[in-house]
Design a protein around this ligand. Structure first.
Ligand code: NAP
Length: 437
């Protein structure tokens, strides 16, 4: 049997401790699958004394993960520290430069430095595996990088943040406000004390930027993503969506268009009957649309110690199964030096259907004025519904418009016009409709 694969784990928190536990509990099975033992020989974290509920056996402890990355007795450096700079970045870089394979779950690091790190890995002939960085336990990187050879991706989209999907699912099921569900999610540990990163779409954007690079062979462009979070979604939107046959999901979408690549993260209406609309709670899903395969949807646990550890261990097993001299596939599906510059499509030219919810004074002529603004901007309407808003001192109406395919520029212009007309009593709500099978 080949020599054991020696693994060093940096970061022994939620994911790191699970990885160490599973590697120990499933050692015999992994040996059978990989044809060699997989042994944890080194570990690193901040607090050596903390009880992590795992037996680290004879693994050498390192206070400094950079030193561990350079240590002679590891073949694979597993980075589970987190963050786009600091210890995570310096240790991953040190490991690659020392010729060690790297496995990481760190989307923030890859979104910012992925291409530069891939260049080092490819120069050194080592693997940089990151399955757990996007959609946790769902094997989407492997699917896109390996199982879809020859396919040209036209669109990739998904529910990439469990916290947002959990909040939207409960808002719909229980009819309660965003704020109430968020507080409960924080109490239950599904949302961070500072939830901004999740609910405003940053986490989804990091993951999307990695998928975009894999899908279209472009350099990662995490700063060029149009982003709207879910904090403005109200019960009125959720109810109206339901009445119209839609469900609201926070999606990350990357799409090839004539003017470039769209990368966008925003609340989206998807048909209630679509497969992605059935993805509830903290579950994640990724849909990949290609010329040969058509549409593929993968769904499953996007976070949590064990689910994430499953993806990390799959990456470690791939390294254990690889042989010296074997030419590994490039990190982002094509050599890092050949990744094309990212050509951004302007959001104004985004084409699609739109949901527009307006709260207006209940006066004669308002409805006609709204219809005129739409017509002036060549927006054709699929439906227009109005109903009275009860219990207010002044009579108000809600007008809900669903457009046929139009452009973002036209919708913005029409809604600006309606706002200027002075008919609105509240901020207008605009939600894009996404085609989904
Ligand atoms: N949690 C999930 O469900 C999930 C899902 C997908 C991806 N990820 C990614 O996985 C990574 C780890 O996440 P996590 O939830 O496991 O984080 P975590 O629970 O906060 O654990 C982080 C670990 O890193 C250690 N650490 C921090 N700074 C360090 C330093 N300078 N040197 C050495 N060790 C250091 C900490 O040590 P101490 O324990 O001693 O403080 C801790 O063990 C992140 O990149 C995250 O985005 C997490």
């Amino acid at each position: 049997m080949a020599e054991a694969l020696r693994v060093g784990i940096a970061g022994l928190g939620t994911v790191g401790a699970s990885v160490a536990r599973v590697l120990r509990d499933k050692a015999a099975e992994l040996t059978r699958q990989c044809g060699r033992d997989v042994t944890v020989t080194a570990v690193s974290a901040r607090d050596r004394k903390r009880d992590r509920g795992i037996d680290l056996g004879s693994a050498t402890w390192f206070d400094d993960p950079v030193k561990m990355a350079q240590a002679a007795d590891i073949d694979v450096f597993v980075e589970l520290i987190g963050g786009d700079e600091g210890a995570a970045r310096s240790s991953v870089k040190a490991a690659l430069e020392a010729g060690r394979h790297v496995v990481t779950a760190n989307k923030a690091l890859l979104a910012k430095h992925g291409v530069a790190l891939a260049e080092i890995a490819e120069k050194k002939g080592v693997l940089l595996n990151y399955e757990a960085a996007v959609a946790g336990g769902i094997p989407v990187i492997k699917t896109m990088r390996e199982a879809m050879a020859g396919n040209s991706v036209t669109r990739v989209f998904g529910i990439l943040n469990g916290t947002c999907n959990y909040i939207l699912t409960r808002m719909e099921a229980e009819g309660v406000s965003f704020d109430v569900v968020l507080k409960d999610a924080q109490r239950l540990g599904y949302a961070e004390a500072d939830p901004t990163f999740d609910i405003e779409g940053h986490d989804t954007a990091h993951k999307l930027s990695i998928l975009t690079s894999l899908a279209f062979g472009t350099k990662i462009a995490a700063n060029d993503i149009y982003m709207e979070g879910i904090s403005n979604i109200t019960q009125a939107d959720i109810r109206a969506a339901g009445d119209l046959g839609y469900r609201i999901k926070l999606l990350g979408v990357a799409q090839r268009t004539e003017s470039g690549i769209e990368q966008r993260v925003h609340p989206t209406m998807v048909p209630t009957a679509s497969v992605i609309a059935q993805v509830h709670g903290v579950t994640n899903a990724v849909a990949i649309e290609t010329d040969i395969l058509g549409e593929l949807l993968l769904s499953g646990p996007g976070a949590g110690g064990n689910a994430t550890a499953s993806a990390v261990i799959g990456d470690i097993a791939d390294i254990a199964k690889s042989r010296p001299g074997f030419q590994h596939g490039p990190v982002f599906g094509r050599p890092a030096k050949e990744l094309k510059p990212y050509k951004k499509a302007q959001m104004r030219s985004h084409a699609g259907g739109y949901f527009i919810r307006l709260t207006v004074h209940d006066r004669i002529g308002v409805f006609a004025a709204i219809a005129k603004r739409m017509a002036d901007n060549d927006i054709s309407l699929e439906s227009i519904v109005q109903h009275a808003v009860g219990g207010e001192a002044e009579a108000q109406k809600t007008v809900i418009l669903v457009t046929h395919e139009t452009t973002e520029a036209a919708v913005r212009k029409a809604v600006d016009g309606i706002t200027k007309d002075g008919h609105l009593t509240d901020k207008p709500q605009v939600i894009r409709i996404e085609r989904a099978g």
